[in-house]
Design a protein around this ligand. Sequence first.
Ligand code: PBG
Ligand code: ZN
Length: 343
Amino acid sequence: MACENDPPTPFASSPFGMGPMRLRRSPALRRLVRQTNLLPRHLVQPLFVVEDATLAGPIDGLRDQRRLTVDQAVEAGVRAQRLGLGGVLLFGVPANKTPHPETSGDFLLKAIARLRAEVPELLLITDVCLCPYTEHGHCCVYGGDGSPDLEATRRAYGRLAVEQAGAGAQMVAPSGMIDGTVGAVRGALDAAGMVHMPIMAYSVKHASGLYGPFRGAANSTPGFGDRRWHQMDPANAREALAEIELDLAQGADIVMVKPAVHALDVIASARRDFPRATIAAYHVSGEFSMLSAAAERRWVDWPTALHETLYAIRRAGADIVITYGAIDWASRPEPEQNCSGTT
Ligand code: PBG
Ligand code: ZN
């Protein structure tokens, strides 16, 4: 029985049985009470740049995504800037592989320099990893004894980061999730006098079955073995928080969690446990492709499902969402604004 001293319930019932639905009756009301924001500035669009124009073209599994020549990457950058996106994340696809990558290649440095010069207001983040460059497709270099050479790997990450920053990148993103690489990149940047260059660390990266379309695009599928020796077991969530702590201690400015939708709990715990950290989440290629494949079959409605997915990632606590749908989402009105509404 309700008593005079009971706190008021948030949605007092009425004799007519109406409750929370009162605030959902029109687009204007729904807009007023919306609890999460998603704006173009929250989104980062990945771009793949090829060394050889014959490698350019559509990417299998990734709706509307292409491997780009340097010219096309600049065009995509212009679009991203016009839409007010938070930034682009650049991956290089070299024409040739090597056991010991020393550089991200002239083509990528040229793409960085041109984006910087021709789209100066667009934030340019560059990927720092070895997997698109190594013959074996792993994110590390191997020593003579056939095991990963961690010191050489860390030096290589540092060299690539300094080179990319020198070409005009405004943030570097070491993506290998190999112990000590964030600190190594910070150290190399500092030693080069690039003390202001921010690092976005792939701090929590589950060893996932959802990276396939990306590996097709970056031509970075491991030739042997897998990445479970350095990427996290998807069963683990507490360990994810330890990884974030380690990367922050090594100088990460932004910490990332992926795959985003499959780790919404990790994003939410990270938000709670690291209230001052800037958290990014990567809505990865497999997550994007599942959605777009279902949409192609008309099983799900593309704009609504993409919208809902991106809001879910923001709602969990991500400040930044990296998604292949960034340009797409920002190019169309939100589904809400398409509805005629009731008023
Ligand atoms: C590896 C890397 C991966 C992704 C970006 N960089 C994963 C992997 O190959 O293990 C995945 C991104 C995606 O699937 O969209 N350095
Ligand atoms: Zn890699």
